[in-house]
Design a protein. Sequence first.
Length: 125
Amino acid sequence: MCVVKITKTLFGYIKLEVDADNALKLLKYLRDVGGKNTNDVVDALRIIENFDVFYEMMKKKFKDYIAPRKSENDLIRGKVVIDKIKLTKNDVKKVTIIFDKRVDEELITKALESLNIEYELVSEI
């Protein structure tokens, strides 16, 4: 089992590097238990569930990140959870999730602890 890496970027974003299965578990937990049932979380789940299709699309379009659909209402209210997602593939399908600036690091760490997923905090500074 690989360890999830959480990085706080210089610009205040939280970056989470995780395998696809644990990414799905985390996002479903945030949606169902954490009360984060927003359009961006639902779209991020769709993207990760269809990993291979979106990975190929990213490669064809030479994109590094995919931005999940966001509701204008969620943007205005500050309820957006996910800024963008990066999909990578080596031996394992990996997902890098960049959370919105307003998402609290504690929310992510508590969700990971509840799911019994090991994580390490890394500083980019």
